[in-house]
Design a protein around this ligand. Structure first.
Ligand SMILES: C[S@@+](CC[C@H](N)C(=O)[O-])C[C@H]1O[C@@H](n2cnc3c(N)ncnc32)[C@H](O)[C@@H]1O
Length: 336
């Protein structure tokens, strides 16, 4: 049999393997608050002042700063001060939440270093629903809350939320989707189901938006806790990838029962192409789920559609979302 062509040089392979170096420099600087500190003076900060400002050991901080300059994330002025080149994007208070996203990526990186071990012994580093400290959980939920704003708005619009009276958001996280839905439909009432630690965060977010009276919170395991009934819309966003096909089928059955006849379900997720070789984000997300969950994976839209159809949903179809490059939506209707 013909051997596949060698397409890589040794240098290229090493370069690919060293991707962690630049990523680590960027994430460490973000976590230390170096970008916000550098911005305190318009002409940049001296390394010693920066070390005091962020509470770091001066010699190693200097090494980190030079690496940032070499990578293009900062510049060194003729006066020997350092200035960031990422604007306010990496400040903790920036509304796009990139700071929280990078902190979250750093937490993921700590699991990914054990990838070979996880693949060998089949045991995840922690389970996504249970393994997080309170601080990690908040960081994760803040990241999702901020990053999902645009796609939440589009997902609920594509579910025709304006014609519904009751929405159920299963694994609704901090409440970004529910808030988008309540904004689009002033007559809507919503229920969020999630673990009790996440429900505490959702309560804060919903109260801060002044919507507490329109939302019911259900804390508990969504495979067991009663959802109530008569919902006209059910949303499952970024849930399917945490669980196995069998678990997803069981959850879809619970969602079907919670829906009023004629009601719609929307399942939003990273979806793999049929050959499972792309897109890159979905393939890498499958690896992420292998590291952190017992049974999670990335799935194709066809798999989701098959599970929905088996459950009894009709009019099952895939909806393209314009607001996200990486996620899709599969919808279905409980027959009237
Ligand atoms: C990836 S987050 C998605 C949050 C939100 N739906 C979104 O798309 O941004 C998954 C959520 O499901 C919740 N979750 C996972 N398994 C759960 C379970 N068995 N019972 C209740 N909540 C669960 C997690 O706590 C988390 O808030």
């Amino acid at each position: 049999m013909e051997q596949p062509q060698q397409r890589w040089t040794a240098e290229e392979i090493e370069e690919a393997a060293r991707g962690f170096e630049a990523a680590s420099v960027l994430m460490a600087a973000t976590e230390l608050g170096v970008f916000a500190a550098m911005a305190r003076k318009p002409n940049g900060m001296k390394p010693a002042d920066l070390a005091t400002a962020v509470g770091a050991e001066p010699r190693r901080l200097r090494v980190l700063l030079d690496a940032l300059v070499m990578l293009g994330f900062a510049e060194r002025t003729l006066r020997g001060t350092y200035r960031g080149t990422t604007g306010e994007l990496l400040f903790e208070a920036h509304p796009d939440g990139l700071y929280h996203r990078l902190r979250h990526l750093h937490q993921l990186q700590m699991g990914w270093v054990h990838l070979a071990e996880v693949v060998r012994d089949g045991r995840p580093r922690e389970t996504a629903a249970t393994g997080k400290s309170v601080a990690d959980l908040r960081c994760f939920q803040e990241t999702l809350f901020v990053r999902s704003r645009a796609s939440a708005e589009e997902a609920v619009r594509r579910l025709h939320i304006e014609t519904a009276a009751k929405l159920l958001d299963v694994g609704g996280g901090a409440g970004a989707y529910v808030l988008a839905a309540l904004e689009q439909n002033p007559y809507l009432e919503a229920t969020i189901v999630d673990t009790s630690a996440v429900i505490d965060i959702a309560k804060e977010k919903i109260a801060a938006a002044g919507a507490a009276e329109r939302v019911t919170f259900v804390a508990g395991d969504f495979f067991a806790v009663p959802f109530g009934g008569g919902f006209e819309r059910v949303l499952l966003s970024n849930i399917a990838h945490i669980y196995s096909p069998e678990q997803n089928r069981a959850l879809l059955r619970r969602c079907f029962e919670a829906l009023a006849p004629g009601g719609m379900i929307g399942v939003k997720d990273f979806f793999l192409a049929r050959d499972r070789l792309g897109p890159r984000d979905a393939v890498m997300f499958a690896v992420n789920m292998a590291v952190f969950t017992e049974n999670g994976n990335a799935y194709t839209q066809e798999e989701l559609a098959e599970w929905l159809t088996e459950t009894g949903f009709a009019e099952v179809s895939a909806v393209r979302l314009e607001s996200t490059r990486t996620q899709g939506l599969v919808v279905g209707r409980r027959p009237s």
